[in-house]
Design a protein around this ligand. Structure first.
Ligand code: PLP
Length: 459
C-alpha cells in the first residue's frame, strides 16, 4: 500500500541526495523512478514506457538487458568477485581488458591504468601531468588548459577542468594551474563570412596567444572532448584538432583526449580522436567501455609518459596512486565482454548505417521556427532552440525552455536531455532505424507542445 507518507517518492525525498538536480525543486517534484529496461526502452514505476534517447548518461551502448553482459558479470562474480591491483597483484580480466584496449586504441597508446569513473580518470590525468613533468625535470611545466563549456567530471581536479560555471560556483574551484580557452562552437562562435577552416585557424591562434601569455614552459597539457557532450553536443569545425595540435606540438604540450562520451563507436569510429584527427598523448575513457553496466574507466598513456612514471617509481619507490576498485575483476570482465560484443555484432558498421537516419531526422527540423541550430555526428546530436532564428537570440534562461521541452518529451515517451536550450540525443548504439524514427516522431510532438506553451506562457 502506497500511502503518500510511505510512497517510494516520499521515501526518496526524505533520504536521497540527487546529483545534478535542483535539490529544492526535488522536494516538491519528487523522483522519476525507473524500474526496468529492455533494448532502447525503459519503464517507470507507473508502467509508462520511454525511449532512452540519451542511453542514460551517454553510456548504455548496448541498451538495457543485454544478457551477454549480465552473464559475464555473474560468471566472474562466482569465480573471483573482487581483487585489487596494488603491490604487483593482478587478475585475468584486467590483463585481458588492457590488452584489448591497447589493440583498439589510437596509435601510440602503450599502457592502461584503470579507475572507476570518467572523473577519476581525468583527475588521474591531472596528477599524471604533474608527476611526469617533475620526472622530466621541468617542474614549472604544470598548467593544463581546458575549454569553456567542456565537461570532464566533478572530482576536484576534473571539476576544475570542466568549463561550466555551475561546477565552479561556490565550490571554490578551479584549483591552481588550470585554465580555460574558448570552446569550438561554430553556431555561436563563427563570425559572419568566416569559413569553418578560418574559424579553426582563429581558435588555434587564440590558443597559441594564450600559451605565449602563460609562458610555454609552464603549460603541460591541453584536454578536450572530440565532441563536447554535456556542454551541448558541440561538434568541432573542419580542421580544428589538427590545427590545435600543431600549436601544442610546437611548444611540447601534451594532448589529452577525453573520450568518455566519444569512445567506443559513438561518432562512427572506435574513437572520436579518429573521427577528428586527434593524436592523443594520453586518453580517458569510461561509460560505453562497459556499456555502463558496471563502473569502470581507463587512462591510456604513451611510452613517453609511462617511461617518466617508471623513473618516478625508481626515485620514490612506488607509483602512489590507484583505487581499491581499479580494474575490479567483475567490471573488467563486463568491459571485456562489451568490447567483444562490439566486434561480434559489428557495432561500428551498424552505427555508420543508422547514423544518417538520425542525422537526417534532426536536419528535417532545421527549418522549424524554434530551431536555431542542428548539429551532430554518428549517433550523437543536439537541437538548439532559440527565440529568434534570424538573430540567434536565445531565450531568457529563467524561462527554462529546454527543460520544459524535455518535460514535454517525457509525456510523449521520450527521454532526452536539456543542456540549456539545446536538446541532446545519444541513444544506445544498438538502436534500429525504426526506433530512431519513433524517437523523432515523439520529439516532434514535444516540439509542438513547446511551441504552444511558449505562445501561451512567454507570448
Ligand atoms: N568526461 C566526459 C567527456 C563526460 O561526459 C563525463 C560525464 O558525463 C565525465 C568525463 C565524467 O564522468 P563520470 O560522471 O563517470 O565521473
Amino acid at each position: 500500500m502506497n500511502d503518500i507518507g510511505n510512497s517510494p517518492s516520499a521515501r526518496d525525498i526524505e533520504s536521497v541526495i540527487h546529483p545534478y538536480t535542483n535539490l529544492d525543486l526535488h522536494r516538491r517534484k519528487g523522483p522519476m523512478i525507473i524500474e526496468k529496461g529492455k533494448g532502447v526502452l525503459v519503464w517507470d514505476d507507473e508502467g509508462s514506457e520511454y525511449i532512452e534517447g540519451m542511453a542514460g548518461l551517454w553510456c548504455a551502448s548496448f541498451g538495457f538487458g543485454e544478457e551477454e553482459l549480465i552473464d559475464a558479470a555473474v560468471e566472474q562474480m562466482r569465480k573471483l568477485p573482487f581483487y585489487h591491483q596494488f603491490g604487483h597483484k593482478s587478475s585475468m580480466p584486467s590483463i585481458d581488458l588492457a590488452e584489448k584496449l591497447l589493440e583498439i586504441a589510437p596509435d601510440g597508446m602503450s599502457k592502461v591504468f584503470f579507475a572507476n569513473s570518467g572523473s577519476e580518470a581525468n583527475d588521474s590525468q591531472v596528477k599524471l601531468q604533474w608527476y611526469v613533468n617533475n620526472a622530466l625535470g621541468r617542474p614549472q611545466k604544470k598548467k593544463i588548459l581546458a575549454r569553456i563549456k567542456g565537461y570532464h567530471g566533478v572530482t576536484v581536479a576534473a571539476a576544475s577542468l570542466t568549463g561550466l560555471p555551475a561546477n565552479h560556483a561556490e565550490f571554490d574551484l578551479p584549483i591552481a594551474n588550470i585554465g580555460h580557452v574558448d570552446m569550438a562552437y561554430p553556431y555561436r562562435g563563427m563570425e559572419p563570412g568566416e569559413t569553418e577552416e578560418e574559424y579553426s585557424d582563429r581558435l588555434a591562434r587564440q590558443l597559441e596567444e594564450r600559451i605565449l601569455a602563460e609562458g610555454p614552459d609552464t603549460v603541460a597539457a591541453f584536454i578536450a572532448e572530440p565532441v563536447c557532450g554535456a556542454g551541448g553536443v558541440l561538434v568541432p569545425p573542419a580542421g580544428y584538432f589538427p590545427k590545435i595540435q600543431a600549436v601544442l606540438k610546437k611548444y611540447d604540450i601534451m594532448m589529452i583526449a577525453d573520450e568518455v562520451i566519444c569512445g567506443f563507436g559513438r561518432t562512427g569510429n572506435m574513437w572520436g580522436s579518429q573521427t577528428y584527427g586527434i593524436e592523443p598523448d594520453t586518453l580517458s575513457c569510461a561509460k560505453q567501455l562497459s556499456s555502463a553496466y558496471l563502473p569502470i574507466s581507463a587512462v591510456m598513456v604513451n611510452d613517453r609518459v609511462h617511461d617518466a612514471m617508471i623513473e618516478q617509481s625508481k626515485k620514490i619507490g612506488t607509483f602512489a596512486h590507484g583505487f581499491t576498485y581499479s580494474a575490479h575483476p567483475v567490471c573488467a570482465a563486463v568491459a571485456l565482454r562489451t568490447m567483444q560484443l562490439m566486434e561480434e555484432r559489428k557495432i561500428l558498421d551498424h552505427v555508420r548505417e543508422v547514423a544518417p537516419v538520425m542525422q537526417g531526422r534532426m536536419q528535417k527540423l532545421a527549418d522549424h521556427p524554434l530551431v536555431g541550430n542542428v548539429r551532430g555526428v554518428g549517433l550523437v546530436g543536439a537541437i538548439e532552440l532559440v527565440k529568434d532564428k534570424a538573430t540567434k537570440e536565445a531565450f531568457d534562461p529563467k524561462a527554462m525552455v529546454g527543460f520544459n521541452c524535455a518535460e514535454f518529451a517525457l509525456k510523449h515517451g521520450l527521454i532526452t536531455r536539456a543542456m540549456g536550450d539545446s536538446l541532446g540525443f545519444c541513444p544506445p548504439l544498438i538502436i534500429t532505424e525504426s526506433e530512431i524514427n519513433e524517437m523523432f516522431d515523439r520529439f516532434e510532438k514535444a516540439l509542438e507542445d513547446t511551441e504552444r506553451w511558449i505562445k501561451a506562457e512567454l507570448g
